[in-house]
Design a protein around this ligand. Structure first.
Ligand code: AMP
Length: 287
C-alpha cells in the first residue's frame, strides 16, 4: 500500500492505472477507522482493480462549536487497517493542499440538505459537498463508496453527482453495528462507559418502531412517538434532535407508512451526537 499526500501525485497514479485499463474504487473517510469503514474498503476491493481510501478531517463540514479539533486522529492505525482490508493507495492530503490560501468556492446543496442534519448543522452539507467534489476530482474514481449510516449525506452527495453530471457511480453500503446494535462511529469513542451503555438504547428504539410497523401500524407520527418513547426509556438521551419517518428519496416526512420508508434519528448522549436510521416496511394486510 502506498501512502499518497499530494493531490497531483494522487491524480497521476489513478490516471496511469486507468490508462492501463484498471478500474478504481474510492472510499472517503475522516479516519479513526472501524468495521463500518472497512466494510466499504472490502467491497471496493471486490469490485475494482485499485482501491483508494482517503483520510481527511474536513474543517469545512464542522460548525464553529463542533468537534473538529478533538476529532480522533489515528493515522498510523488507520494505515495498518487499510492495508489489511486491501487498500492500494492511502490518500492523506493536508488541509493546506485541499484548501490553499485564496480558496473561495463551494458547492451549494439543494433542498435535500435543508432538514434533519442540515437544520441542526448549518453549513455542514455545503462543507461535505465541497470536499467530496474536490476529492472526486483528485481521485477520478469509477465508484464512490458511502455508508447508509449517513443516509442524508449519501442522498445529498447522490443528488450532486446527478445534478452536476459527475461521471462516478455511487454505491451505498449497509450500516455496520456493534454487537449490541449501536451503529459504529468514530464518535462512539467519546462516550463514557455510562453513556455507552445508554447509547445501546438508540438502535433498540428504532427496532421498537420497526416492530410496531411490523404489527400493522401505519401512522407515521405514532411510529415516531414509539421510537421516542423507547428512546427516553432506555437511552435516556440528553437531547433528541429529531426522529422522523421520511421518504427515502426526498427525505420529506411521510404521513403514513404505505411503502418502504426511512426512520431517521439523531440524539445527544452527554456531549456526543449520535445519528442512526433504519428502513421500515409496511406490514401487508393488517392495520
Ligand atoms: P466518516 O469517517 O464518519 O466520514 O465516514 C466515512 C464513510 O464511512 C461514510 O460514507 C460513512 O457513511 C461510512 N460509515 C461510517 N460509519 C459507518 C457504519 N457504521 N456502517 C457503514 N458505513 C459507515
Amino acid at each position: 500500500m502506498k501512502i499518497v499526500r499530494r493531490p497531483a501525485a494522487m491524480r497521476a497514479l489513478v490516471r496511469e492505472a486507468r490508462r492501463r485499463g484498471k478500474t478504481v474504487g474510492f472510499v472517503p473517510t475522516m479516519g479513526a477507522l472501524h468495521e463500518g469503514h472497512l466494510s466499504l474498503v472490502r467491497r471496493a476491493r471486490r469490485e475494482h482493480d485499485r482501491v483508494v481510501v482517503s483520510v481527511f478531517v474536513n474543517p469545512l463540514q464542522f460548525g464553529p462549536r463542533e468537534d473538529f479539533r478533538r476529532y480522533p486522529r489515528e493515522t498510523r492505525r488507520d494505515a495498518t487497517l487499510c492495508r489489511a482490508a486491501g487498500c492500494d493507495w492511502f490518500y492523506l492530503p493536508s488541509v493546506r493542499a485541499v484548501y490553499p490560501e485564496g480558496f473561495e468556492t463551494s458547492v451549494a446543496p439543494g433542498p435535500l440538505a435543508s432538514r434533519w442534519e442540515g437544520a441542526v448543522r448549518p453549513g455542514h452539507f455545503a462543507g461535505v459537498l465541497t470536499v467530496v467534489m474536490k476529492l472526486l476530482n483528485m481521485v477520478e474514481p469509477d465508484t464512490l463508496y458511502l455508508g447508509q449510516k449517513d443516509a442524508q449525506q449519501a442522498a445529498v452527495v447522490g443528488a450532486m453527482m446527478r445534478d452536476l453530471d459527475l461521471p462516478a457511480r455511487l454505491a451505498v453500503a449497509p450500516i455496520v453495528r456493534e454487537r449490541d446494535g449501536l451503529a459504529m462511529s468514530s464518535r462512539n469513542a467519546y462516550l463514557s462507559p455510562e453513556e455507552r451503555s445508554r447509547a445501546a438504547g438508540f438502535p433498540r428504539a428504532l427496532a421498537a418502531a420497526a416492530a410496531l410497523a411490523r404489527g400493522g401500524a401505519r401512522d407515521a407520527r405514532r411510529i415516531e412517538r414509539e421510537a421516542k418513547r423507547v428512546l427516553r426509556l432506555v437511552a435516556k438521551p440528553d437531547g433528541i434532535d429529531y426522529v422522523a419517518l421520511v421518504d427515502p428519496r426526498t427525505l420529506q416526512p411521510v404521513a403514513r407508512l404505505e411503502r418502504r420508508a426511512l426512520l431517521l434519528a439523531a440524539i445527544r448522549v452527554g456531549r456526543t451526537r449520535l445519528i442512526d436510521n433504519r428502513f421500515l416496511t409496511p406490514s401487508r394486510g393488517k392495520r
